[in-house]
Design a protein around this ligand. Structure first.
Ligand SMILES: O=C([O-])CC(=O)C(=O)O
Ligand SMILES: [Mg+2]
Length: 230
C-alpha cells in the first residue's frame, strides 16, 4: 500500500531557525553524538547551512514520481528528505523540482541517492545534500510513500523532525528533543568560546582540562632527543 500523510505535526519553525544558527557538529555533539546521517551525503555546492522540518519521501529505485507528489505536501520552512527503498545513484532531483519546492518555501533537499543540475542549483541558492551527483534520469511509474517515518542514510527521520545540514553533513533532531538539544548546543557553544579565547592567548588544550594527568596515567613518557640518542 502506498500512503501520503497530510499535515503531520511539525517542530515549531522557531526550533528549526534556532538550529540553523548552530552547526551540524555542535548539534550532533549536543545530542550525545546521535542523529548524524551517513557522511557520504555531501552538499552539491559548499557554503549552505539550512534547517527545515522534514517532509519524508520513500521512493523506488530510479523513480521520482513520489517527489512530485510530495511537493504539494510541503509548507514554508520544510526540508525534503528522500530515501530510495534500495540503492540508486540516479539523478532524482534537479533545478525544476527545486524551483517548485522553493516556490513553496522549502529550504533544501536531503537525498540518499543522486542529484543533477548542480550549476543551476548553485545559481538559485537552493541547497541539496546527496550521495551522488548524476545526470542519469528517473521515471514515473511506481508508487511510494510521503510523510511516513523512514531511514535516510542510516538514520530514522520522522516527518516534522528538524533536519539540519551544512558543509559538515546532515543531522536529524527528534522533534520531541529539539528544545533540549538547542539548549545543550548553546551551552556547548559557550564552552567552546571560552576554549577559543584561551587558545588564542596561547594556552594548550593539554593544560585546560585533565589531559596531561590522563596521558601520564596511561603511561605516556617524554624524553629529550639528546637523551634518546644515548
Ligand atoms: O526532472 C527531473 O526528473 C529531475 C530534474 O532534472 C529536475 O528536477 O530538474
Ligand atoms: Mg533538470
Amino acid at each position: 500500500m502506498s500512503l501520503v500523510v497530510r499535515n503531520p505535526p511539525r517542530a515549531p519553525l522557531a526550533h528549526a531557525d534556532a538550529l540553523a544558527a548552530l552547526g551540524v557538529a555542535t548539534v550532533h555533539e549536543a545530542q550525545d553524538r546521535t542523529g548524524l546521517l551517513d557522511p557520504a551525503l555531501r552538499p552539491v555546492y559548499p557554503g549552505a547551512r539550512v534547517c527545515g522540518t522534514a517532509v519524508t519521501v520513500s521512493v523506488p529505485p530510479g523513480d521520482n514520481w513520489m517527489i512530485h507528489v510530495a511537493v504539494e505536501q510541503c509548507r514554508p520552512g520544510d526540508l525534503l528528505v528522500v530515501a530510495p527503498t534500495s540503492a540508486s545513484a540516479a539523478g532524482y532531483v534537479g533545478e525544476l523540482l527545486a524551483t517548485a519546492l522553493a516556490a513553496r518555501g522549502v529550504r533544501g533537499i536531503v537525498i540518499d541517492a543522486g542529484c543533477r543540475d548542480v550549476a543551476e542549483l548553485r545559481a538559485m541558492g537552493f541547497p541539496v545534500w546527496a550521495r551522488h551527483v548524476s545526470a542519469y534520469g528517473t521515471v514515473k511509474e511506481t508508487l511510494g510513500d510521503v510523510n511516513v517515518p523512514l531511514v535516510c542514510a542510516g538514520r530514522l527521520v520522522t516527518p516534522g523532525d528538524p533536519v539540519l545540514a551544512d558543509d559538515d553533513g546532515v543531522v536529524v533532531v527528534p522533534r520531541a528533543r529539539a528544545r533540549d538539544v538547542i539548549d545543550a548546543s548553546h551551552a556547548r557553544e559557550t564552552k567552546e568560546e571560552t576554549s577559543r579565547a584561551r587558545y588564542r592567548a596561547g594556552a594548550l588544550s593539554l593544560d585546560t582540562g585533565t589531559m596531561r594527568e590522563r596521558l601520564a596515567a596511561k603511561g605516556l613518557t617524554y624524553r629529550d632527543h639528546a637523551e634518546a640518542e644515548d
